[in-house]
Ligand binder design. Structure first.
Ligand SMILES: [Zn+2]
Length: 441
């Protein structure tokens, strides 16, 4: 008996050792060293000849010393490129992707597609978003908890897409005067404080990451901004979200909803055109994030026929864009914190970072604009210690840009050539570049 036990323990020991060494091998195998010609780490340093050492899904070290590369690491040579942290888009509608089926207006597709079809179609938009260098999104509104399904599928590795933080149903009042005809009840409708409490709690129970509330009219080709929720209702939503440790994003196209949302303590304010100086000053004082989403109206103007809007809205939308930009300029000047949100929907995915060009137009330097999509956005998510920067312990979200985006923001928009999310390479257009260079020689 004793000998058998001894034998057994030797066998176990040997197995144990070989399992341990296999584990070590796989750890060595998953370590990667990514070399960039330049690296903007979002921590205040612009590196030359940077090496980012990645282990599993995290960054282990940033160095310029080649001898620090662990033996056996996969070396990814991106020394022709500028490295940046993966970008964060804090306002998307990932589940509302539509294709361009001829004769099928995108508005109608959204209404007609069953949830499972919509989530399946959304994988294309998710991939385009990643290819544009967006490795994380805050998704601000979906039906049927499709956003939760999509977030979880991506986290399980069953769908390829950016990391998602989701809201479930946004809260809105009954019969927002937008579309004629019957307004079917949906999961987000809440009128009055008790209903607001119920619907906020319902979203949290469903498993959302944060809360969204529509405090004014305005969406698609409708640029009106009439306040829909009063101060008490907004305050109830903000306080309930915060009680549960969740943040809240409040939509207001116009200044009235914005004024009350800021004073009620919202974490971020979406769209918000024509804000008065006192509200802007209050945002700067409180540290409220402003997510102006200027570019989505540009997308609507460029694509209105495919979407299916009725002709005639264009002048109003153009005027809204101008006022939106002007409000952003004022807010930036007053020291308000910005986060980049595209409001991407339909086929806008992949154009997410175009918002940054508007921020530069509003007076930011390219570096300030990049902060809105990195450190600021991470802070808004409450993930400032693991997202939005290239530093030890952070998730390994990295992108390679051809050229210097700190000199020209358009390069961060159009020249993303390679993307890593959580330590895995999810987009790589560098090989084509090399090939093309070969041909031109
Ligand atoms: Zn939106």
């Amino acid at each position: 008996m004793k000998r058998i036990r001894l034998l057994l323990s030797i066998v176990l020991l040997v197995f144990g050792l070989s399992a341990a060494s296999a584990q070590e091998k796989s750890a060595a195998k998953t370590s990667k060293a990514v070399r960039f010609g330049k690296l903007w780490d979002a921590k205040g340093k612009l590196w030359t000849n940077a090496i980012v050492i990645v282990e599993g899904d995290r960054i282990k070290a940033v160095t310029s010393d080649p001898s620090a590369i662990p033996p056996g690491a996969d070396v990814i040579d991106l020394s022709k490129y500028t490295g940046l942290p993966g970008l964060i888009d804090v306002h998307t509608h990932m589940t509302m992707y539509t294709d361009e089926t001829p004769g099928q207006p995108m508005l109608k597709q959204l209404a007609a597609n069953p949830p499972a079809v919509e989530v399946f179609l959304a994988r294309k938009g998710a991939l385009r978003t990643l290819e544009a260098g967006i490795t994380t999104v805050r998704d601000l509104g979906a039906d049927q908890y499709m956003d939760i399904a999509m977030r979880d599928l991506i986290n399980r590795g069953e769908m390829i897409g950016p990391r998602m933080f989701v809201v479930g149903y946004g809260l809105y009042v009954t019969n927002t005067p937008y579309k004629p005809g019957p307004n079917l009840p949906a999961g987000g409708i809440a009128d009055g404080v008790p209903e607001v409490l119920r619907v906020v709690r319902q979203q949290i129970a469903a498993g959302v990451d944060l809360i969204k509330m529509y405090a004014s009219t305005g969406t698609d080709d409708d640029t009106t901004g009439f306040q829909t929720y009063n101060y008490e209702e907004i305050k109830a939503a903000v306080d309930t979200a915060h009680q549960f440790g969740k943040k809240i994003a409040i939509h207001s196209y116009g200044p009235d909803g914005a004024r009350d949302a800021v004073r009620a303590g919202t974490d971020s304010l979406e769209h918000a055109t024509d804000m008065d100086d006192a509200t802007i000053a209050e945002m700067a004082k409180r540290g409220t994030f402003y997510v102006p989403t200027i570019d989505h109206n540009r997308f609507y103007l460029d694509n209105w026929q495919k979407i299916g809007y009725a002709d005639g809205f264009q002048e109003k939308t153009k005027a809204f864009i101008a006022r939106n930009l002007e409000t952003a300029r004022k807010a930036h000047k007053a020291g308000v914190k910005f986060a980049m949100g595209s409001d991407a929907i339909y086929t806008m995915f992949g154009e997410n970072a175009r918002e940054l060009a508007w921020f530069v137009k509003a007076g930011m330097t390219p570096e300030q604009a990049l902060r809105t999509a990195t450190t600021n956005a991470a802070e808004l998510l409450g993930k400032e210690n693991e997202l939005g920067a290239v530093a030890p312990g952070y998730l390994a979200d990295l992108i390679a840009v051809e050229g210097d985006p700190l000199a020209d923001i358009n390069l961060a928009i159009n020249n993303v050539r390679w993307v890593m999310k959580g330590g895995a390479v999810v987009a790589d257009k560098t090989k084509n570049q090399v090939h093309q260079a070969g041909i031109t020689k």
